[in-house]
Design a protein around this ligand. Structure first.
Ligand code: PEP
Ligand code: MN
Length: 337
């Protein structure tokens, strides 16, 4: 349920209303827009008398929210959320570009890629340290050592770092990680999501291999219900019957998620296609349809990458993509990379 307050409502009046709502056993979610403050009532609102609420002097209107996701809902928070990440942000008029190798392999590899992607305009460095591989016999990542190497690359380049978590017990290793990624395979690992909800780190939540947008938003809700509102959604393709691509990129997810939610939405054309030459056209399309950023895999030597070489761009190919994306963004106006 939301109550839209009249303009001119004072802080004391908002605080009084919030205390009354909390006394009813509900949580309060405040969104202060340019014109109105929206008060979200989270929890079992069946006992709330909407007419009584609407009759209060300070309340303009009251609406029940039919969608099962509340905190993630655009109705709760009409303005776009902007999530601060180190010296940059995701959402609003900043276009985020997260780039780097599928997995951190060595110091030389991650350092050289970090410098190259920064020079090409990346705003964050990505790299997997804990890798969710389909086969237990494949390279599983450098784990804690991989995170250490990312931290070194961050110190050297100033780029905030993004890396995937697979187990909540590893959280202490993520202290200096700027964005914690939840991969497609863990999108519905609800215990992990609840733990991440107790942190204040930005969480990059990838859409599951065969999950609906509603399920993605419900997973975001798990994190937000714990108090962490710093969630970035990521469309990375879903599994279909098509075999020329690794997944099928669902770009309609971008405008739809923007309609449904205030959370930023980025697109990962690397995992969505699995094919390096398809990354550029899909990155341009993602920018054109309103994505707040991209995640792109870049490797100094894709042919010898320990993971996902076929979809990884060389640093030069990545620079070509970011230059073309800048053109799309400037044609759209108002957004900068
Ligand atoms: C990744 O980003 O390296 C990854 C494993 O992606 P996804 O979870 O989307 O498959
Ligand atoms: Mn990968």
């Amino acid at each position: 349920m939301i109550a839209v307050l009249k303009s001119g409502t004072t802080e004391t009046q908002i605080e009084n209303l919030s205390s009354w709502i909390r006394l009813q056993g509900l949580e309060v979610h405040l969104s202060r827009g340019s014109l109105h403050t929206v008060v979200g009532l989270v929890g079992d609102t069946s006992k709330i008398d909407a007419e009584l609420l609407e009759s209060l002097d300070i309340v303009e209107s009251v609406k029940r929210i039919s969608e099962p996701f509340k905190s993630a809902n655009r109705k709760f928070h009409p303005d776009d959320s902007i999530i601060s990440v180190g010296n940059t942000s995701v959402g609003g008029n900043i276009f985020a570009v997260m780039a780097g190798p599928c997995s951190v392999e060595s110091e030389e590899q991650v350092m050289s890629i970090a410098h190259a992607v920064k020079a090409a305009g990346a705003t964050m460095l990505r790299g997997g340290a804990f890798k969710p591989r389909t086969s237990p016999y494949d390279f599983q990542g450098l784990k804690a050592d991989g995170i250490e190497l990312l931290i070194e690359a961050k110190k050297e380049t100033g780029l905030p770092i993004v890396t995937e978590i697979m187990n909540a017990n590893h959280l202490p290793l993520f202290e200096e990680v700027d964005v914690i990624q939840v991969g497609a395979r863990n999108m519905q690992n609800f215990e992990l999501l609840k733990e991440l909800g107790r942190t204040d780190k930005p969480i990059l939540l990838k859409r599951g291999l065969a999950n609906t947008l509603k399920e993605l938003l419900m997973s975001a809700e798990y994190i937000m219900a714990g108090g962490n509102e710093n969630v970035i959604l990521c469309e990375r393709g879903v599994r279909t019957f098509e075999t020329y691509t690794r997944n099928t990129l669902d770009l309609s997810a971008v405008p739809l998620l923007h309609e449904l939610s205030h959370l930023p939405v980025i697109v990962d054309p690397s995992h969505a296609t699995g094919v390096a030459r398809l990354v550029k056209p899909m990155a341009l399309a993602a920018a054109a349809c309103g994505a707040n950023g991209l995640m792109i895999e870049v490797h100094n030597d894709p042919a010898h990458a320990l993971c996902d070489g076929a979809q990884s761009l060389t640093p030069d190919a990545f620079a070509d993509v970011t230059a073309a994306v800048r053109q799309v963004l400037s044609a759209l106006g108002g957004i900068k990379q």
